[in-house]
Design a protein around this ligand. Structure first.
Ligand code: BGC
Length: 420
């Protein structure tokens, strides 16, 4: 019920580590072994099957593909760059352009080379990471530059940093609860902001017409109850998780990438020393703490239907977060991820429809939204497991053959007609 603006981009997203396969030099490869995760292995075998992935995009009438470049593939050792790999990524971008698909390229999607932590043990706590990150960016941009108009410096830096430097869930596996806000404010965020700023300057030098953004994971934050304490907790969390970093780089963003999946209820912590004094009602936090303890400290989850990830399905939140970001930043927005883990396939069509309805509402209210990229083009490695099925295409784990998933044809119709 309604048309999207003329030229609205319809596309799909993936990330190198999750689809390419055989990224043995990534810190995640060793991490999988030490943590006992299901190995990523050949992933969706996309390094080999790129022509097939491009055909899949075209078959769904999609005009944009967001993919990432794997740092550990481009730079297999400190200071060493693989020109054949760079040429191969450049070909992907050129193939896209020839096929009428706009390539949107992300430079950092969680995965980093294992050697990085041998060179800089503190990781992003040290500005010395930039001595390695920026030369990688420069090589990549020089190789792909002519074909790429939109770059993302980072995917969900807050998620990556929390998982890697506070929760011990991603490499480098640090755990820290006390002093979390000063760790972010004084060390991690300044380094990420500087990396973004300097990467953007490099991109501008090589490719003056390019536009640069970053993709932020933005949940629709709601106070867990109507108490003033929970309202304040929700504000604190929203600022920390979503807007602090964007505010630091607002002058250096040509657009904001929005990854939206769910809403989160936030409560004031009922115990002292809880990070930021708030308890965000994430499924992951509840399962890490156990439901009993999670509720004891004040944690609350909503009661809507959930995806296979245990995330509440909250379509109206997409329009709300887009509306808020537009109001706060007045920058063009691109939905860089939105999707559902749905192995049965029964929920995807409705999920897409209702989220797009909500997005269209925000656009009608004035938000400038340039496009929508579904997560994900195909089933892939969900950081520890092949269980969750986010793909518009199912991927057979033996043959790697792609077949349309339920709901994908509906999305292809929306993309073709530019309307709901
Ligand atoms: C990440 C993806 C991930 C997806 C689903 C996003 O947080 O960017 O890498 O697969 O959500 O969990």
């Amino acid at each position: 019920m309604g048309r999207f603006p003329e030229g609205f981009l319809w596309g799909a997203s993936t990330a190198a580590y999750q689809v390419e396969g055989d990224n043995e030099r990534s810190a995640f490869a060793a991490w999988e072994r030490s943590e006992g995760w299901e190995p990523c292995g050949r992933a969706a075998d996309s390094w080999r099957l790129w022509p097939e992935d491009l055909r899949c995009l075209r078959a769904l009438n999609l005009g944009a593909y967001r993919f990432s470049v794997e740092w550990s593939r481009v730079a297999p050792a400190p200071g060493v760059y693989d020109d054949a790999v760079l040429a191969r990524y450049a070909k992907m971008a050129e193939d896209c352009v020839r096929a009428g698909v706009r390539p949107i390229v992300c430079l950092h999607h969680f995965s980093e080379p294992a050697w990085l932590f041998g060179e800089v043990a503190e990781g992003w706590r040290s500005a010395r990471v930039l001595e390695h990150f920026l030369p990688f960016v420069e090589r990549t941009v020089r190789a792909l530059g002519p074909a790429v108009r939109e770059w993302l410096t980072f995917n969900e830096p807050m998620v990556a940093l929390l998982a890697g430097y506070a929760m011990g869930r991603f490499p480098p596996g640090r755990r820290r609860w006390l002093g979390l806000s000063s760790l972010f404010e004084r060390e991690l965020l300044p380094n990420i902001a500087r990396a973004h700023r300097e990467a953007r300057a490099l991109i501008a030098r090589v490719s003056p017409l390019a536009r640069v953004g970053l993709a932020q994971n933005v949940a629709d934050v709601e106070p867990a109850t109507d108490s003033p304490q929970d309202a304040e907790a929700a504000r604190v969390f929203d600022r920390f998780m979503h807007t602090d970093l964007l505010a630091r780089v607002r002058g250096e963003l040509d657009f904001i990438g929005v990854n939206y999946y769910t809403r989160v209820l936030v409560a004031k912590a009922r115990v002292p020393f809880f990070p930021l004094g708030v308890v965000p009602g994430y499924a992951e936090l509840e399962s890490a703490m156990g439901t009993g303890l999670f509720r004891l400290v004040g944690g609350r989850r909503g009661s809507r239907p959930r995806s296979d990830m245990g995330w509440e399905i909250a379509p109206e939140g997409l329009g709300r977060v887009v509306g808020r970001l537009w109001k706060d930043f007045r920058l063009p927005l691109l939905v860089t991820e939105n999707g559902i883990a749905d192995a049965s396939g029964v929920a995807r069509k409705d999920y897409i429809h209702r989220h797009l309805e909500s997005l269209l509402g925000a656009i009608r209210d004035g938000a400038k939204v340039e496009g929508y990229l579904h997560w994900s083009l195909m089933d892939n490695y969900e950081w520890g497991s092949y269980g969750p099925k986010f793909g518009l295409y199912r991927v057979d784990r033996e043959s790697f053959v792609r077949t349309l998933a339920p709901g994908a044809e509906y999305y292809a119709r929306v993309a073709r007609s530019n309307s709901l």
